[in-house]
Design a protein around this ligand. Structure first.
Ligand SMILES: N[C@@H](CCC(=O)N[C@@H](CS)C(=O)NCC(=O)O)C(=O)O
Length: 216
């Protein structure tokens, strides 16, 4: 039987916004179907606009409704299932703050180090990208220093989902990181749900040349 939930996502190798709510739905243990909509192929935008006015993935179909936007989908899941946000009110506030920072900012790391799970390079990175990476590392260090770990607020939360695609960028582009940040990155990238996504990404036959060619 089809699930009442269906998550439309972009190519798993490249779509960082899709990875975030996909991880959250996995952690929620709500059953859901998924469909990859290939990005940057002829007609892809019309397909996306057929799902939502935003014309982007991810989109979650809940029965007849379509919810676009990674954060809106995560919030929908957090209403359906407890503990996706930290339970401590101050932790929840900080988690929301750093999720909003990621959702609306860090433009340079997104532009100069786009998610590309198959990529490994040691190229010289743009200064603005390194600045974003250092700011992200400072956020991680701050949260990890106030909690026992292994995640930003002890238990896995939506905040960790939002920073998992960033952890992949540290790996793909060899971004410098402190030992504490390195341990956190390893934790995120050895998560079994993330590894399922990554395994699919590794065997996807499609590539987006413009993203593969990103250089400094
Ligand atoms: N703010 C949106 C951003 C979504 C987004 O930009 N998704 C990209 C894929 S990672 C997309 O659909 N791009 C298609 C396009 O720009 O035409 C979210 O959080 O979901």
């Amino acid at each position: 039987m089809n699930s009442p939930l269906k998550l439309y996502i972009g190519n798993k190798n490249y779509s960082s916004w899709s990875l975030r709510p996909w991880l959250v739905l996995r952690k929620s243990e709500l059953p859901f179907d998924e469909e990859v909509i290939l990005l940057d192929v002829p007609g892809y935008k019309d397909r996306l606009l057929g799902l939502s006015d935003a014309g982007t993935v991810p989109v979650l179909r809940v029965k007849g409704d379509h919810i676009p936007d990674s954060l809106a989908i995560c919030d929908w899941a957090a209403k359906a299932v407890p503990n996706l946000w930290p339970s401590d009110p101050a932790d929840k506030a900080r988690a929301r703050e750093i999720v909003h920072l990621m959702h609306g900012g860090f433009e340079a790391i997104r532009t100069h180090a786009p998610m590309n799970l198959r990529r490994r390079t040691q190229m010289k990175m743009h200064a603005a990208c390194l600045k974003d990476a250092a700011q992200i590392e400072a956020i991680w260090e701050d949260c990890l220093s106030k909690h026992d770990g292994p995640f930003l607020f002890n238990q896995w939360s939506i905040a960790d989902a939002f920073y998992t695609p960033v952890a992949t960028r540290f790996e793909s582009y060899g971004l410098p990181r402190s030992p504490k940040a390195d341990t956190y990155i390893s934790e995120l990238l050895s998560d079994e749900d993330y590894m399922d996504w990554e395994a699919d990404a590794m065997v996807e036959p499609w590539s987006i040349e413009a993203t593969d060619a990103v250089s400094r």
